[in-house]
Design a protein around this ligand. Structure first.
Ligand code: CAO
Length: 435
């Protein structure tokens, strides 16, 4: 195996800069252009990428040490498939190709709205000073929408590490802490939106009261629902599906299967029909990403499950590849896991479209809130017998109310009406699924 010396390339005017982060250790496999160390001058911090691929043999720099152009960073056992690192194979100076110039972060780029909230300046606080963090940590924070200026650094000289950003995110998600933007919004009580402050009432003046803290799940789902309601222009299209024949089939199959078999549910039929509708109307199986619509070619369907601790949305994966019986079994298993508080993060990720079924409980229609970054959600209410005109007479038909909320930035009203009508047609005659 050839040993390669990887050296600090041309880093412009910067000389004798401090090594503030070592991103690899002996034994690590590194790829070409993978960041090896972070150095910091008084102007900027920058990551130094590797000029070769291979396995780290020996580090030649220390945290807190100083380097300049040409300083040896490490020795690399070159990967056999990797191209020689400029010049010849054996031990030799590995100079960066021009295209692999170090990434310099001099000013924090704009931040997505996830954790920061509206109106928060990039990386928080309105301060023009750069929080002490490497470009990779900055990038990580940016992807999560974390206001870096609010994160307490635990690294050398108060430097913010990736772990600090993760801990901050967890604390915000669990409700243990709030970003400044969240605090400002809370204190303003909606004033930031030009609304009246939230009414402050001493309820005890009017009768006995019992303050009860919100559960952790309620706090998390509440914050998500609030954001989705405020940020997505919702419209709900209401329709009804004639499920008379489908319900008869469901009852018949459940009788045939007996008490020991899988219980076929209406939700399972609706999931199967929704997948067919998503295939016919792909913009419903999508997410907004800036000016792009990301169309998904997979069909993972979330469904709202009522649990003693609050609302949860487990996700049934690859619903397009499953039969109705399997869907019924898996949704039932997932709902049980949700009620027992045993859902793992993977059980709740990757959803494309959600269904909230209140049919077993009651109601006629409702407005489900879209589960961002999805663009639509279907609400099912209680089915009931209704007199339906068949052209000659009124006939008693079992009608299932469908409430389809959609993101009007992505979906037009006509498309939503077509989606719902198509879904209703499939449920009215399930044989159409095969077409
Ligand atoms: N109309 C009339 N009856 C219905 C129905 C409908 N649309 N859907 C289900 N039912 C009946 C079923 O026939 C069944 O009755 P039997 O016990 O007599 O057979 C009963 O309701 C239970 O139905 P099910 O076993 O099929 O369960 P489900 O699919 O209705 O519900 C689940 C499963 C996980 C969706 C449900 O437990 C749940 O958590 N629902 C609440 C969802 C929720 O909270 N949504 C709101 C989110 S926004 O706040």
């Amino acid at each position: 195996m050839a040993l390669v010396e990887v050296k600090v390339p041309d880093i412009g005017d910067s000389k004798d800069v401090g090594v503030i982060e070592i991103l690899v250790k002996p034994g690590d496999a590194v790829k070409m252009e993978q960041s090896l160390i972070t150095v910091e001058s008084d102007k900027a911090s920058m990551e130094i990428p590797s000029s070769a691929a291979g396995t780290v043999k020996e580090l030649k720099v220390k945290l807190g040490g100083r380097v300049s152009e040409g300083s040896l960073i490490l020795l690399l056992e070159a990967a056999s498939s990797s191209p020689p690192p400029l010049g010849e194979g054996r031990v030799g100076a590995a100079v960066l190709p021009v295209s692999a110039a170090p990434a310099i972060t001099a000013a924090p780029p704009p931040q997505p709205p996830a954790l920061a909230g509206a109106g928060s300046p990039a990386n928080g606080g309105g301060s023009q000073t750069l929080p002490h963090a490497s470009p990779s940590v900055r990038k990580f924070a940016r992807e999560l929408g974390v206001p870096l200026a609010e994160v307490k650094g635990t690294g050398p000289k108060g430097r913010i590490t990736q772990e600090d950003v993760q801990n901050f995110t967890q604390a915000v998600m669990s409700g243990a802490t709030q970003t400044k933007a969240q605090q400002e919004q809370g204190a303003a009580g909606g004033a930031a939106l030009g609304l009246l402050p939230w009414p402050q009432v001493d309820f005890a003046k009017f009768g006995p009261i019992e303050p009860r803290p919100l559960s952790r799940i309620k706090k998390i789902s509440g914050a998500n629902l609030h954001r989705n309601w405020v940020m997505i222009p919702h419209v709900t299209n209401n329709d009804e599906a004639d499920i008379t024949n489908l319900e008869a089939l469901r009852v018949q199959i459940n009788q045939e299967n007996g008490k020991t078999g899988i219980k076929l549910t209406m939700l399972a039929f609706v999931i199967k029909a929704a997948v067919a509708a998503l295939k016919k109307f792909p913009e419903f199986n999508a997410s907004l990403d800036g000016d792009n619509l990301v169309l998904k070619r997979y069909y993972h369907i979330g469904f709202a499950a009522d649990t003693p601790n609050g609302l949860m949305v487990p996700v049934l994966k690859d619903a397009d590849q499953k039969g109705v019986l399997q869907i019924a079994q898996e949704t039932s298993d997932l709902a049980k896991k949700a009620r027992e508080g045993k859902l793992g993060p993977a059980d709740m990720q990757g959803g494309c479209f959600s269904i909230s079924s209140l049919g077993g409980i009651g109601g006629t229609h409702f407005t489900p809130i879209i589960n961002a970054p999805e663009v639509a959600i279907l609400g099912l209410s209680r089915s009931g017998l209704k007199p339906v005109w068949d052209g000659q007479a009124f006939a008693p038909r079992l009608m299932l109310p469908l409430s389809l909320s959609y993101d009007h930035r992505v979906i037009d009203g006509a498309a939503a009406a077509r989606f719902n009508a198509y879904l209703a047609a499939l449920l009215a005659d399930f044989r159409r699924i095969a077409l």
